[in-house]
Structure formats: C-alpha cells, structure tokens
Design a protein around this ligand. Structure first.
Ligand code: SAT
Ligand code: MN
Length: 608
C-alpha cells in the first residue's frame, strides 16, 4: 500500500468497519486523487447541502418555485444526452459468455484502458461514496452496491432512484460480516466507479465486469451511463447474478390492476426504453372503468426483479425507489399521474422552460417555450425545445397511484407477463402465448422501432429480446435457456402475452387510442388469467374474439378493429423466417426448444 492509499484509508467511513469497502475506497482514491472524500449518509440535510452547492455551481437551476416547489433544471452537455451502447462493454473472461448481444473486451485490457482515464481524474473535485440498496432495505430480494462518483448531480439522482445512505451501508456491512463468517469469497456488494471525466465522447466508456460484480463508467453524466444502480447494476450485473441464483432481473414495469371486486392482479411488462412503460405503470382507468371500480397501482416503471416463491409463483420487487421518466409526451391526457408526481421536488434534465421559468416539453400543452434545453432562445429551426430524451427524476412515493405493496419486502405475485414493442405494422394489438416455452419465444423475438433513449438512429426496427438487448449482462442464448428453466414441476408461472399499441393505418395514424384505453387490453389479459375471458387459437397465439374484449365507445370502426387483429400470412412468414435467422445468430447456445417452437408456429401458419 503506498502513502497516498494509506492517507485515504485514514478517512473515516462513518458506521462502516467493512474492510473490503474501506480497502476499495482507499484504492480508488489513490487512483483518482480527489481533493476530498464524502461518505453519503442519505440524510435530508446532506441532500439540501448538495442541492445548494449545485445551485451555486450552476449545475442546477431553480425552476419557478411558486408553480413547481423544490424543482430544479439540469442541462447536460449537448454531447451527453443518452445511453451510449457502442461504448458499453461487458468484460467477461470468456468472450462467448458476453455473447454477440454485447460489446466485449478482455477484463485486463478493459481495466487498463479505463483506469488510465481515471488516473488523477478527481483532482480538484470531491469524491462521493454512495452506498445504496436496490429494493426495500429489509427485503431478502434486494441487493446492495456502492457507487463512487465525482458528480453531485449523480449523487442527487441516486438518492431519488435508490435507497441511498446509512441504512444501505448498514446492510452492506452486516452482509459483509455474515459472508466472512460463512467463509464465502467474492465481493460482498456491487462496486461502481464513475467519473464525469472531461465529458468527451472520445474518452467515454461504460464497462461491466460481472464476474467481479464491478462497474466502471467514465466520461458521461447521463442517465443509465452514470446512475450506476439503474441499468448497469439492476440489469446488466443483476441479470448475471440472477442466472446464477435462479431468478430474473428484467427491464419491466410492474403494475397492479384492481378489479371492481377488489382483487388485484400484478402484471410485469417489458417494452424498450421510451415506449410508454411509465404511462402503462401509471395508467388511469378510462371513463366507465373508473366508475365501475377499476383501480391501477404503480409498483415500478422500469425494472423488475422476479424470484420464484415457495408457492411456485414469481414474486417481484421494483429495485428502484424513483422514476427516471421521459418528459416529452407526458401530459394531462397521456399521464396525469406522472404530472401530479412531478409537480414538486423533481429534478428535470434537458427540458425547455417557459417565459415564467416553468419546465416545458413537446406534448405538455400549447404554450410556447422561451428557452430550449440548451438554454438558447427557443427557435423551431433548432429542433425540439426539449431534448427528445429529456427526463424527470422523482421519488416514487410522490406518485398518487403508488402501490401500498411496492415497499413489501416479499414483493408482489405476478399473474401475467406482457411483452411489447413499437411496430407500425404486422403485430396485432394483443395475443397470448400457448405456454411458457411459446412465451419465451415471443419475448426472444420481440422487435421494436428504436427511440431517442439511446444514441443513434431513431425509428428503425431492431430485435430487442425481452427489451433487454442493451441490458442483458451475458449471452442471449444462455439468457433464453435461463428463462426456459423456470418451467419445472410445481411452478405456477404467469401467463405470457404480447401487445402492440403502435399499429398505424395506411395514412400513418395510430389505430389504437392507447393510454388509459390500454386497460381494455389488460382487462382481457386478467380475464384470461382468471379463466373468465374467451380466446381463439390462431397460428401465432390466442386472440380475443369479437366480444371477448371491450372495444365499444372509443370510436373504433369495424375496419379499424379488424385491422388491429389482422394477421397477414405472407408478412408473418417473412417475420418468422427472420426470427429463425436471428436465433441462429446465437449459435449453439440458442436453445433447441425455441427453434422447435418456432417450427410449430411456421407449420400452424402454413395450415391456417
Ligand atoms: O438512460 S436510462 O438508461 O436510464 C433510461 C432508459 O434508457 O430506459
Ligand atoms: Mn428503461
């Protein structure tokens, strides 16, 4: 240990005597050379001080406090506005373990490359040590990590998005001691190291070392690149752990649907980023349904960790404590619950502002903004006023529909899993898998038009299995096998469905009204789970017959209703052939059972 490491080792870690944590913080400090180290306790005072500091440094700008108390605006670097998949690596010892679905680098090379960037990078800055827990701190399903970062904005976001501070640190320490007592080796918590660096896209990497439960992220301060508890830990690292331990870490919202009899079914749904997960998680029952007594409860809007319970069912927690939601498109019509949630104590990133300094984005209302997301006077010639991936960060507790079960340490039992994508054509409004294997194939074959959540072209169809393409920390072939492995004696697995809210007509208009009306589809799904709703078997899966699903009163003509459920034979044959080729891309690790299942559907389509 050199002198500098020794020096930093002496910085007291309040409440922790866990040697592994102390050592790691010391090693990191010796590498990045901060001016100061701050151990985050998660307190209100600490948060207030952080906000005040960022205000005086211009990192946060106060918004109109009369209309939006406790709300702040952050403008990110214009070259740092979304996840960067091409700079995101999964660094397993064996290349094949990361799979063709990930960029890979050998761990030694990756460490060397990124450590060279970290060298001395926190000179003149404060290094924050952020202990956090993903999931309720008292939940056996929760997992902990520590993020080291030089970005106070990241710290503030982590405080909203996770259970951050003393309670998490206490759990980390207890688990560390218990593991040591059992003689277990390997890391006691997920280690995440993050620096803004120079915010230079040429000096930017997001590296994952699943075998070491470690993450290193350099050169970006945005969302999933920098809030390491979110995609890096709760999906990429957790999916790896979940495979070893027999559970699932998924890119899914969790929502409770309460019927007029007061029974609540929990549904987990996977959609790619920026395809309406937050809207579905916060759905408001449409007219008629509300009066009849339907209620919708939000458990989570982005990530679900699902464990098989003693009763054979899958039990899910939302590992997050807040929402990092897409602002554009959020309105009193599309998501009134979200608007109520973000009315106070919210950090807005890359939104526009009105003349009187209220946050604004496209789709909110018909006011004309004064400044765009870069702080320039608004000029439509510069593009949208808010960045299309502008976000709000807010505590889930502020959501009026936040489920009383969301903090339940045992999670909620999942009745149905829904896969969905953004498809202008081909894919019907809803269909049901025959069984689990068929459901896994439907998930594995998911495809969607790309959105602004990731850097790159928007609107091109790409395969995004289970909406995990950017987030699965290992080989997709192994991932599909892992999903299949849940089908065993005694399991009471959820029914699996596929939805597509985004089908368009010949004039390019959405056929389905979406938003609150999506409850009609969920009602059918729950009816299928309960055995009360009818369906007819089609080649691609079970579909509602006329009358099985309530489509009246929303102005859908007969033609539109038919179009929503149409299955075009030749187009589907082409799609199935494409799915076959896609699965072949995963080579020997693509499970045979999925190929058999695919052939069954091809044959059924030929007979139809
Ligand atoms: O930027 S994030 O990765 O956190 C959001 C998303 O893409 O879902
Ligand atoms: Mn997401």
């Amino acid at each position: 240990m050199n002198a500098v490491t020794q020096l930093y080792q002496d910085v007291p870690a309040p409440g922790t005597r866990l040697q592994e944590l102390q050592d790691w913080v010391g090693e990191v400090a010796a590498l990045v050379r901060p001016d100061a180290i701050h151990w985050c306790d998660g307190s209100d005072d600490e948060y207030a001080a952080l906000l005040a500091g960022m205000r005086s440094d211009g990192i946060l700008l106060p918004l109109n406090q009369a209309t939006h108390p406790g709300c702040w605006l952050h403008r990110s670097d214009p070259d740092d506005v979304a996840r960067v998949e091409h700079l995101t690596f999964v660094c397993t010892r064996e290349r094949d373990d990361a799979g063709p679905n990930n960029h890979w680098m050998p761990p030694d090379e990756a460490h060397a490359k990124i450590d060279a960037l970290f060298e001395g990078c926190m000179r003149g800055r404060t290094m924050y040590v952020v202990p956090y827990c993903m999931g309720p701190v008292d939940s056996p399903l929760a997992r902990c990590g520590v993020e080291i970062t030089d970005s106070p904005y990241v710290v503030a976001n982590m405080r909203i998005m996770t259970r951050m501070g003393e309670a998490a640190l206490a759990r980390i320490e207890r688990e560390g001691r218990e593991r040591a007592a059992r003689g277990e080796r390997g890391p006691a918590f997920v280690k995440g190291l993050h620096s803004l660096g120079e915010l230079d896209p040429e000096r930017r990497f997001i590296m994952h070392f699943p075998e070491q439960l470690s993450i290193k992220s350099y050169g970006s301060g945005y969302g999933g690149n920098a809030l390491l508890g979110k995609k890096c830990h709760a999906l990429r690292i957790a999916s790896w752990q979940a495979r070893q331990e027999g559970w699932l870490a998924e890119h899914m919202l969790i929502v409770g649907i309460e019927n007029p009899r007061g029974e609540t079914h929990y549904v987990a749904a996977a959609f790619p980023s920026a395809c309406g997960k937050t809207n579905l998680a916060m759905l408001i029952p449409p007219e008629g349904y509300r009066e009849a007594g339907w209620k919708v409860w939000t458990v989570g809007d982005d990530i679900a960790w699902m464990h098989p319970g003693d009763d054979g069912r899958l039990w899910a927690i939302n590992p997050e404590a807040g929402f990092f939601g897409v602002a554009p498109g959020t309105s009193a019509k599309s998501n009134p619950n979200a608007l109520a949630t973000i009315a106070r104590d919210t950090i807005f990133t890359n939104v526009a502002v009105t003349e009187d300094n209220q946050p604004w984005w496209e789709g909110l209302d018909d006011r004309v903004p004064a400044l765009d997301w870069q702080g320039r006077p608004y000029d439509p010639a510069n593009g949208p006023a808010a960045h299309p991936n502008a976000r709000f960060t807010v505590s889930a507790k502020q959501c009026p529909a936040y489920s009383p079960r969301a903090e339940d340490p045992h999670g909620v039992p999942i009745s149905a899993i829904v896969f969905g994508g953004r498809r202008a054509s081909l894919v019907p409004l809803v269909f049901e898998a025959r069984d689990w294997t068929h459901g896994v194939l439907i998930g594995a074959a998911m495809a969607s038009e790309t959105t602004a959540a990731a850097a790159g072209q928007v609107g091109v169809v790409r395969r995004d299995p289970m909406a995990m393409k950017p987030f699965c920390g290992y080989h997709f072939g192994d991932y599909f096998s892992h999903w299949l492995s849940f089908d065993k004696p005694g399991a009471k697995l959820p029914k699996v469905f596929h939805v597509n809210w985004f089908r368009k007509d010949a004039d390019g208009r959405f056929v389905w009204p979406g938003f609150g009306e999506n409850l009609r589809v969920l009602e059918w799904i729950i009816g299928r789970v309960e055995g009360t709703a009818g369906a007819v078997e089609s080649a691609i899966g079970g579909m509602p017959r006329e009358g099985d699903i309530h489509l009246e009163g929303i102005g859908l003509g007969i033609g539109a209703a038919r179009a929503l459920f149409a299955i075009d034979g030749p187009e589907w044959r082409a799609e199935l052939a494409d799915i076959g080729g896609y699965l072949d891309g995963y080579g020997e690790r693509a499970p045979e059972a999925l190929k058999v299942e695919l052939r069954r559907i091809v044959d059924a389509l030929a007979r139809a």
